[in-house]
Design a protein around this ligand. Sequence first.
Ligand SMILES: Nc1ncnc2c1ncn2[C@@H]1O[C@H](COP(=O)(O)OP(=O)(O)OP(=O)(O)O)[C@@H](O)[C@H]1O
Ligand SMILES: [Mg+2]
Length: 254
Amino acid sequence: MEHLKIINIHKSFGGIVALDGVDFSVKRKSITGLVGPNGSGKTTLFNSITGFIPVDDGSIKFNDLDITNLSPDKIANHGIIRSFQIPRPFSKMTVLENVLLSGKNQLGENIIPLIFRKKDVLKQEQDNHKRAKELLELLDLSHLTNEYSAGLSGGQKKLLELARILMADPEIILLDEPIAGVNPTLANKIFEKIIEMRDKYDKTFLIVEHNIDVVRDYCDYIGVMNRGKIIADGDPSKVFEDKKVLNIYLGLDD
Ligand SMILES: Nc1ncnc2c1ncn2[C@@H]1O[C@H](COP(=O)(O)OP(=O)(O)OP(=O)(O)O)[C@@H](O)[C@H]1O
Ligand SMILES: [Mg+2]
């Protein structure tokens, strides 16, 4: 079933047409890859889905809800989160504290429940703690639980980011180049963790990624963008045999 549906989205910046009628669907619990040359509109599409830029035309549906041009806050609350919506890790906080920070429904932040519903607040804190620890364990970060985030390696910081996103418990997670600058071993590990998280928590992932080999290995559906349009989509094996796609990647597009 479709979890996210993008219908005929248009977006121009002055004279630059960034999105020129994008039609695309993301299936529930899929790991969907979005690929395409530099400047083809991938990040702009992410910005449109998450409400960071208003679109000129078209609509975006999440489940059966029309979320076109809602504010980023509202869209995040509905359950679509992209990596940078989770604030950067605070280097002077521990790994665990950083994960706890993105837990949702923090009753304790509100003075009224603090006074009248002490039990609920305590219970929620315990639940959040439990979930944070479980996520750290699953992402192989539990040995770093009480370390300051500043001391983490680049790869560990990427895994921490994943933990923090999952702590917020969205339905759909958008990742823009999650393995950029990461060595191949770690890149594979990050994608293996993404698959594990999808399976365990029933999440849907939409991932922009330039590394075609990784996309082919780990994504179960792929959209290819070029010049503001989706020019091919489907199974990885089929999409990368499509002549239009090959031409783009061989630089024969002009
Ligand atoms: N805020 C903006 N103002 C003006 N032009 C923009 C803006 N954001 C994007 N663009 C333009 O829109 C087009 C699509 O850019 P976008 O960043 O979406 O591409 P991309 O596919 O994410 O590229 P990359 O792979 O390099 O990240 C480009 O021509 C870009 O210069
Ligand atoms: Mg981009």
